[in-house]
Design a protein around this ligand. Structure first.
Ligand SMILES: Cc1cc2nc3c(=O)[nH]c(=O)nc-3n(C[C@H](O)[C@H](O)[C@H](O)COP(=O)(O)OP(=O)(O)OC[C@H]3O[C@@H](n4cnc5c(N)ncnc54)[C@H](O)[C@@H]3O)c2cc1C
Length: 306
């Protein structure tokens, strides 16, 4: 119930205005968002890389219906990738891209053309792009775009949400050599016709998908903070005889940092998803929806007690 309400609020303009204007909000947002500028993002990236973690950077912004804004987002990514190249981070710092930030809601072809520009800038910078998965209505379109991008940029990462009933099938299709696939539970509400709605079902689906990806020829990117799933992935890596550099763990900036350090310290590839920018509202609300305790933390901050 609470999760659905928060996810609905993540798309409500009225609630957005209220939250964005609340004075203590920014301090709370900073727990999950690296900052507002590319300089902030570069500083956080440098610190994480120095500590042995890898990074995927997300320029916040989504659901745009404006061509000029989509274009500005592409320019922002190109500038970021130029700065990453200047810093010499190579593939240790890649980028994550939401197609709705580059025009998917207006026109799939435009989103594809814009995503190609980001991929070209990433190649120039010696790194890669992973295409985030958004709302369930966009899955088919997003997979089409990823497939088209891979024709020219085979290292483009795909994302599969285990909450989708067809997740295992998607994983089987994507478990081929060279295919980078991020597996996550899914951060968006979806109807029971297309998605599992109970936590246990989503987790069981995650394990089935993990088995397919770990046994396959691709490069699985295990995106979860769930300790049981991290353990299962580690066990499957041993069973499937996977080298430590043939898969990676991924977690979000600000969530379970100690566990991130532990995994990196054990020699696993551990990538942190670092979101930054001024358009933090939707991303922030999804983080609140994932964990009721975050809402309490936020409520305390609003009441001036944190
Ligand atoms: C690197 C990365 C990329 C992602 N990309 C996408 C994407 O492209 N599309 C998409 O739909 N979703 C994406 N997600 C979000 C994902 O789908 C889940 O919503 C999110 O990761 C929470 O699920 P979980 O696997 O951590 O398990 P959960 O069962 O939600 O959480 C397990 C434990 O992790 C901790 N935890 C989880 N979330 C939080 C939080 N917000 N705050 C504090 N603690 C928390 C808690 O200790 C919790 O008990 C991504 C997640 C990661 C880590």
């Amino acid at each position: 119930m609470l999760r659905s309400a928060l996810l609905a609020a993540s798309r409500s303009g009225g609630v957005r205005a209220l939250i964005e204007k609340a004075p203590p909000t920014r301090a709370v947002v900073r727990r999950f968002v690296a900052g507002e500028t590319t300089g902030d993002a570069l500083r956080v990236t440098g610190d994480l890389l120095a500590g042995g973690r890898l990074v995927s950077l997300d320029v916040l912004g989504e659901d745009t219906h404006d061509r000029a804004r989509a274009d500005a987002t592409v320019e922002h990514y190109a500038a970021l990738l130029g700065a990453l190249a200047d810093a010499g981070f190579g593939a240790d710092a890649e980028v994550s891209l939401k197609l709705t930030a580059v025009g998917q809601a207006l026109d799939e072809d435009m989103a594809l053309a814009n995503a190609r520009r980001v991929c070209a800038a990433a190649r120039e910078a010696g790194t890669t792009v992973t295409v985030d998965m958004e709302d369930h209505t966009l899955v088919a379109s997003t997979l089409r775009v990823v497939h088209a991008l891979r024709g020219e940029y085979p290292d483009v990462g795909a994302v599969i949400q285990s909450s989708l009933r067809r997740a295992e099938e998607y994983c089987a299709e994507l478990a081929y050599e060279g295919s980078r696939v991020r597996l996550c539970k899914g951060a968006y509400a979806a109807p029971a016709e297309v998605a599992f709605t109970g936590r246990a079902e989503v987790d069981a689906s995650y394990v089935r998908c993990l088995k397919v990806l770990m046994a396959g020829q691709g490069y699985p990117m295990v995106a979860t903070h769930d300790p049981r799933l991290v353990d299962i992935a580690s066990a499957l890596a041993v069973l499937d005889d996977r080298a430590a550099d043939s898969f990676e763990y991924q977690m979000l900036y600000g969530i379970r940092p100690q566990e991130q350090r532990r995994l990196a310290g054990q020699g696993f590839r551990m990538r942190v998803y670092v979101a930054y920018g001024t358009e933090w509202y939707g991303y922030f609300m999804r983080r609140l929806a994932e964990r009721p305790a975050n809402l309490a933390f936020f409520a305390r901050a609003l009441a001036g007690r944190s």
